[in-house]
Write a protein that binds this ligand. Sequence first.
Ligand SMILES: [Fe+2]
Ligand SMILES: [Fe+2]
Length: 210
Amino acid sequence: MNAPDRIDAEKAHHAAERAKFREMKEGTADDWAIIGQEYREFSKGLADRVLDHLRLLDGDFGGFPVDRLEHSLQTATRAHRDGRDEQYVVMALLHDIGDTLGSYNHPEVAASILKPFVSEELHWICQNHGAFQGYYYFHHLGMDRNIRDRFEDHPHYRACAEFCEKYDQAAFDPDYDSEPLSFFEPMVRRVFERPLNSMYAKAMEEEEAA
Ligand SMILES: [Fe+2]
Ligand SMILES: [Fe+2]
């Protein structure tokens, strides 16, 4: 199903049953049972929504030698071929997904999407990769290329510098044979299948155990 059809199907489904409150403080357990059921269904579509959003980067060059989708695929492909695990590769694939809406803070957008599903280290790498990427170009813009040094004593400094050196700053080659998005789809689906780190993860576990 393509993205517009899926959104229409989701809307039709959502119209079926609705909570009755007009203000949240009037809500009942029945209302929240309806919303909870809808939430569980909606959350199953997260991987599809993420993949749809990645496709928005297709054809978006912004003056770079490759478009933002190719840069994302190339970053992920380089990480995968270097033996990185699935969470790492998915972080690499998504690290610039925030470019469309987070024009001034794109790393934080990607990091927020990934946060429930990846390790604290991978979340930190994603959230801070912008400052570390600056090492490779800030000096061309009259800025301090060593701005990453403010994180010098952080336990994830080296891991973030390594991500940028080996994969992110290296992923602008128009002649590199990146894997297509379809190659990464199963990984995205597995990583987004269930949250590891959120207040909802515990609630889901408790409900499944009940
Ligand atoms: Fe970035
Ligand atoms: Fe990047």
